[in-house]
Design a protein around this ligand. Sequence first.
Ligand code: ATP
Length: 201
Amino acid sequence: MLKVGMTGGIGSGKSTVCHLFSALNVPIIDTDIIARQLVEPGQPALSQLVAVFGATIIKQDGSLDRTMLRQLVFSDAQHKQQLDAIMHPLIFKELDAQVARLQAVYCLLVIPLLVETHNNYALDRVLLVDCPEQVQVQRVINRDGISREQALAIIAAQASRQQRLALAHDVIDNTATPETLAEQVKRLHNSYLLLATARTT
Ligand code: ATP
């Protein structure tokens, strides 16, 4: 099965593009969803996080306090490394397990931090959802109601547009209206079907 890794910065339009691939019946696995499931109460990853970061990252109901964890790692590179060292192997192990269960010629694996994690997960293609930073900023402000400064700080902590472009085999330009996406997705879908078929013949 051809594995296409999809990446892109915050608010670049990954979810929006995913809906279009999903409408074409392409199976999609999102590592953000895996990451969230891995830290649900009762999951071993949550205990590992508490062992490293302490009880302050747990809310009264026993669930993870994401805001607290985000604050801890945002301001401290060592904390960020510790978090990644716990979560990344677990995320990619679960990704592997879910991919193995798929029946399809190709699948889309959403890995927002693909470039940042330098991971060598065996992808056949890297698909980037791309738009200029100022467009990203405005969309994140509109969607999440955060300040321009907060949006810029998040974007500054992520890989740059150039770093992402350097790694991508395919690029979806999401600068204009969502209507411009459907045709780009259809083209890519056809090319992935061709590439997947070429591998199996
Ligand atoms: P995140 O990294 O935060 O998960 P994302 O990459 O999945 O974000 P989306 O949630 O798809 O990005 O898009 C960010 C916001 O911008 C959403 O509110 C979405 O509706 C809007 N949006 C996406 N594409 C366009 C577009 N072409 N024109 C206008 N708004 C758009």
